[in-house]
Structures are given as C-alpha cells and as structure tokens.
Write a protein that binds this ligand. Structure first.
Ligand SMILES: NC(=O)c1ccc[n+]([C@@H]2O[C@H](COP(=O)([O-])OP(=O)(O)OC[C@H]3O[C@@H](n4cnc5c(N)ncnc54)[C@H](O)[C@@H]3O)[C@@H](O)[C@H]2O)c1
Length: 150
C-alpha cells in the first residue's frame, strides 16, 4: 500500500473548504483542516483532522506539519468573505485576507510545502459578456479626499 496522501485545507469549516475536503475524501486524499471558525461551522469538520486557529499563526502551522508530515499541498480557502463589508472596512479585510495569506505562505515555505491551490475571490468575476475592463456605474469612484498631513 502507498503512503497516505494528505492536503492542508485552510478554511475547511467554510462553504468552499468543507466541500473541497469532501471531494478530497472521495478521491482517497485525507484533508487536514485549519480554520479559525470566525464564520465557519465546527460540524463541517466532524470526523476530520481539525485544528482551530488562524492562518497567520506560525507555531500552529509548524505543529500541523510536524504532526502530518505527509501533507504535500495546501488548498487555501480561508478568507473573510461578506460583501459589502470589504468596501466599508477595507483595512480589516486587507489585514485578514492579504496579510494573513502572506504570513501563511511564509509558514508553508518554512515547512517545505511548495504546492498551493488558492480559492480566489468570488467577487472578481462579472457575468458574461461584460468586459472585465469596465465597472458597474455603482463602482465609479469619487474624487479622493486629500489625506491629512501628519
Ligand atoms: N462562495 C462562493 O461562491 C465562492 C466562489 C469562488 C471563490 N470563493 C472564495 O473562496 C473563499 C472561501 O469562501 P466561502 O464561501 O467558503 O466562505 P466561508 O465564509 O464559508 O468560509 C471561509 C472560512 O475561512 C475561515 N477563516 C476566515 N479567516 C480565517 C483566518 N484568518 N484563519 C483561519 N480561518 C479563517 C472561516 O472561519 C470560514 O470557515 C473566499 O476567498 C471566497 O472569495 C467563494
């Protein structure tokens, strides 16, 4: 029998991540879930290897890879994902999603995990045949307010 194949799934207690985890199991691949449960549901992880924590938590990532050295790839589905909040609170979303992803990549690199599948934003797509180079009128930016001098 061959070695067990494992993948780390961030956001594996969420909609996309838990579905991907089920698809992995169907293919004989063991998912290892990392999720903070900020919006995810614990019951979606039942019967699966589950670690509750943040993607930016280096010591936790080190522990996961130490306990599951068979992990050969990461499927990154963890994100805050609730329009229109990213528009009203952009810095919070940049920190959680962008800075969090950069930290995750550093932790993966340190643990020798060089394969990453990224679940990109659902909001970058527009219905065909709209050109990706045009924005709906409601997205038109107003003139920027000059930043106050510090
Ligand atoms: N839902 C869709 O139709 C769809 C389509 C295409 C792409 N996507 C993308 O897939 C990703 C996940 O979407 P979803 O619909 O599954 O959302 P979701 O809210 O159901 O799942 C996100 C999961 O990530 C976890 N999470 C969030 N921040 C975390 C952090 N810092 N550390 C650890 N866990 C964290 C949450 O607890 C949650 O379980 C998003 O990037 C989204 O843009 C979603």
């Amino acid at each position: 029998m061959g070695a067990e194949l494992k993948v780390l799934i961030t956001g594996g207690a969420g909609f996309i991540g838990s579905t991907v985890a089920s698809a992995c199991l169907d293919q004989g691949i063991t998912p290892v879930i990392l999720d903070s449960l900020v919006t995810g549901r614990r019951e979606f992880t039942e019967g699966r290897d589950f670690y509750q924590g943040d993607i930016a938590d280096g010591p936790l990532l080190d522990r996961i890879f130490a306990e599951h050295p068979e992990i050969s790839a990461t499927i990154h589905c963890a994100a805050l994902f609730a329009a229109p909040e990213p528009v009203s609170e952009p810095l919070h979303y940049y920190r959680e999603n962008m800075a969090g992803t950069v930290a995750l990549l550093e932790h993966l690199q340190r643990n020798g995990c060089g394969r990453l599948l990224f679940s990109s934003s659902a909001s970058i797509y527009t219905p065909a045949p709209t050109s990706p180079w045009t924005s709906p009128p409601s997205w038109t930016r107003s003139a920027p307010t000059p930043a106050p001098r510090c």
